[in-house]
Design a binder for this molecule. Structure first.
Ligand SMILES: Cc1cc2nc3c(=O)[nH]c(=O)nc-3n(C[C@H](O)[C@H](O)[C@H](O)COP(=O)(O)OP(=O)(O)OC[C@H]3O[C@@H](n4cnc5c(N)ncnc54)[C@H](O)[C@@H]3O)c2cc1C
Length: 398
């Protein structure tokens, strides 16, 4: 990939840089930064406003076609935007599942009506989306899902349960995978629906996590009626459509989380600079220096691996199984950043928010605990390894 910017790309970079400089205000971003890589409930409203501001300035959905609310730019501009956001320590947008997954999937598979209806409100954050894939007995083996959608005139009647549904408690819409043909082989009887979360019969019950936050939920469907026009990509074609969403998810993770990793690493270096051990700054300790330098190297490698995936997209190809490598690099890098933060804090790492002696008001304790979920969400590390083994290396099926 050629990293030399064209004059147009340079002026785009200057435009983004200037805008971020004027709009990333230190006071409230300091608060948002406490939110780690995943938005915490207490900052949802701020992030909603932040996304709207970014959208109005033209910086959300850069690669989406103009007619559906985007700017029809390339992934090169998307990469520039993410790089600048990392430098400015800008917060993430709230509607991450719509921008990273639902939107690109609707643009790829939607009818003209669906493409006009949904993407613009995703970008402006007027409508928040969640992803209804996992069920109590179907996670890694997603194709075994058992939520049913049975045809009744022009509608489908949905019954069943989803679990671990992030943002469902604030979502207006769900990407729903449901079984529409119980007799077909398991991958062939699934349909992808765009489900209105405000429909009668939808119940959302928050689940509290290790961190104490309730950022995901159980979602129950009790005779929920969905019109057939809400099917995306055709009846019983949900597996192909759903997998496209997951490819975009891993790609978006690669893009967006590269920025979050960089911001987390910068924070870690700051923590090391401000911490002394045995009378000397931690940054003077040769072992700590090695660990910090290795993390910096890995963060750069992550960035360039992302750039390789972009080269593919610039050639007009869809994101492929190699996106799994980006997901794994994020997980490994981010968990090591968090582990090292605990090591740097030493015995203070035991003190959480609420203790007068907690370092940085317990921020690192929260992000450390939250980072444990990274190797599960978006497909577990073992599953990513299976994908790489089978589909990149051509090894026999596990
Ligand atoms: C913070 C968070 C947010 C999430 N948000 C969402 C969301 O918004 N929407 C959604 O639909 N889901 C969401 N999930 C669910 C997530 O996608 C699943 O948890 C994940 O896919 C694993 O499924 P499972 O929990 O059923 O575990 P299982 O599939 O039961 O896996 C258990 C263990 O077995 C291993 N394993 C399973 N199969 C294999 C295999 N073939 N080879 C080797 N090892 C294997 C797994 O790696 C894992 O270690 C979220 C999860 C988390 C933690």
């Amino acid at each position: 990939m050629d990293f030399t910017l064209t004059p147009e790309q340079q002026s785009f970079r200057d435009e983004v840089r200037g805008w971020l400089k004027n709009n990333v205000s230190e006071s409230w971003v300091a608060r948002l930064r406490q939110s780690s890589d995943v938005p915490r409930p207490e900052v949802y409203d701020l992030l909603r406003d932040w996304q709207r501001q970014m959208y109005e300035a033209g910086f959300v959905g850069l690669t989406w076609p103009k007619e559906y609310g985007g700017r029809s730019l390339t992934f090169m501009e998307e990469m520039i935007l993410h790089e600048e956001m990392a430098l400015a320590k800008a917060p993430p947008v709230l509607n991450i599942l719509a921008i990273g997954m639902a939107g690109p999937t609707i643009i790829a598979y939607g009818t003209e009506e669906q493409k006009k209806r949904y993407p613009p409100k995703m970008l402006s954050c007027e409508e928040v989306w969640c992803q209804g894939y996992s069920e109590p007995n179907s996670g890694s083996d997603l194709a075994s899902l058992s939520t049913r959608a049975v045809k009744d005139g022009e509608h489908y009647v949905v019954n069943g349960q989803k679990v671990w549904t992030s943002l469902a408690h604030v979502a207006d819409w769900m990407m729903l995978l449901a079984r529409t043909d119980a007799d077909a082989p398991k991958h062939k009887g699934i349909t992808y629906f765009l489900l209105d979360m405000h429909s009668p019969g939808v119940t959302v019950k928050p689940l509290r996590q290790l961190t104490g936050d309730a950022e995901f939920n159980e979602v129950y469907f009790d005779n929920v009626r969905v019109h057939e026009s809400q099917i995306l990509g055709g009846l019983n074609n949900g597996w192909a459509v759903g997998m496209t969403t997951l490819m975009y998810e891993r790609l978006a993770l690669g893009f967006g989380l590269q920025v979050r990793l960089r911001i987390a690493l910068d924070g870690l270096v700051e923590l090391a600079r401000n911490t002394t051990k045995n009378g000397a700054p931690v940054t003077k300790d040769p072992v700590m220096r090695q660990k910090l330098a290795q993390l910096w190297i890995d963060t750069e490698v992550f960035k360039y691996t992302g750039a390789r995936a972009i080269t593919k997209l610039l050639k007009g190809e869809l994101p492929g199984p190699e996106a799994s490598a980006g997901k794994m690099m994020w997980v490994d890098g981010h968990q090591r950043v968090q582990d090292l933060a605990m090591e740097i804090e030493g015995s203070y790492s035991q003190l959480t928010k609420g203790s007068a002696w907690a370092v940085a008001e317990g921020l690192w304790q929260h992000t450390f605990l939250r980072s444990r979920a990274n190797s599960i969400e978006g497909g577990t590390t073992e599953i990513q390894k299976n994908i790489i083994g089978e589909r990149v290396l051509g090894l026999p099926k596990g």
